[in-house]
Design a protein around this ligand. Structure first.
Ligand SMILES: C[S@@+](CC[C@H](N)C(=O)[O-])C[C@H]1O[C@@H](n2cnc3c(N)ncnc32)[C@H](O)[C@@H]1O
Length: 223
């Protein structure tokens, strides 16, 4: 298994920082859904600067944040203090989560679990299953094999699904796992897949239009 490596959040420019401080569109749906389903104990796995950790805490969830980056966790804690929110944050590696079995009703892993290789992703999925309560749900994203990164033949490949990202920025040197539909079906065979999307997003970089593809999954623990 490749060694885990946290994001270097100091390498963000101000436009990127603005992006990573605003909650994603899906997070508002999840707040609504998980309140309606009476989910209470919530984990933001790979919380980054805390945009979702804060949103869920503000909406009454018993909120935990977790990240490999000390800087990210410090920022999330500062952010929580500013809004006088009670959030439990921990620093660590998603491959071995410091939580008891059946601790959480709902877990968000937004652009996080692809930051390892195939063996690592399988380990994280086992950990998610372990720390979820019965009927617990997870919303997670995975990089798609159709995205540009998987086609970068000069980025080292560590297994048939994983490359090490080599472009400058906060993700330099970090492994990226890329999935397709068949692989997703196999990886999540022990869960019920409630929703599965393959999303393309557009952005501009260095004056050029770029697109990236991610799978978004809402899954439920079935036993
Ligand atoms: C793309 S950022 C997403 C942050 C946050 N989920 C959001 O949507 O704003 C990925 C985060 O995952 C963290 N990360 C990467 N590998 C990790 C690991 N092995 N264990 C825990 N966190 C990890 C990074 O440090 C980074 O903060």
């Amino acid at each position: 298994m490749v060694k885990s490596k946290e994001w270097d959040w100091r390498k963000l420019n101000s436009k990127e920082e603005e992006f990573w401080l605003e909650p994603s569109l899906e997070s508002y749906y999840l707040v609504n859904r998980w309140q309606r389903l009476d989910k209470k104990d919530f984990l933001d796995l790979g919380c980054g600067l805390g945009r979702h950790t804060i949103l869920f805490a503000q909406n009454g969830f018993n909120t935990h944040g977790f990240d490999l980056s000390k800087e990210a966790v410090n920022d999330t804690e500062k952010y929580a203090k500013k809004y006088d929110l009670d959030i439990e944050c921990k620093i660590g590696d998603m491959l071995s989560l410091p939580y008891e079995d059946a601790s959480f009703d709902a877990i968000l892993c937004y652009n996080v679990i692809s930051h390892t290789d195939t063996v690592g992703v399988k380990k994280v999925i086992e950990e998610l299953k372990r720390i979820l309560k019965a009927d617990g749900e997870v919303y997670l994203t995975l990089c798609s094999k159709e995205t540009w990164g998987f086609k970068q033949t000069d980025w080292p490949m560590v297994d048939p699904n994983t490359r090490i990202r080599m472009d400058d920025g906060p993700e330099k040197g970090i492994p990226h796992f890329y999935a397709d539909y068949e692989l997703i079906k196999e990886l999540f065979k022990d869960f019920k897949i409630v929703k599965l999307f393959h999303l393309q997003d557009f952005y501009e970089k260095d004056g050029q239009v770029k697109t990236s593809y991610h799978y978004h999954l809402l899954i439920k623990k079935v036993n």
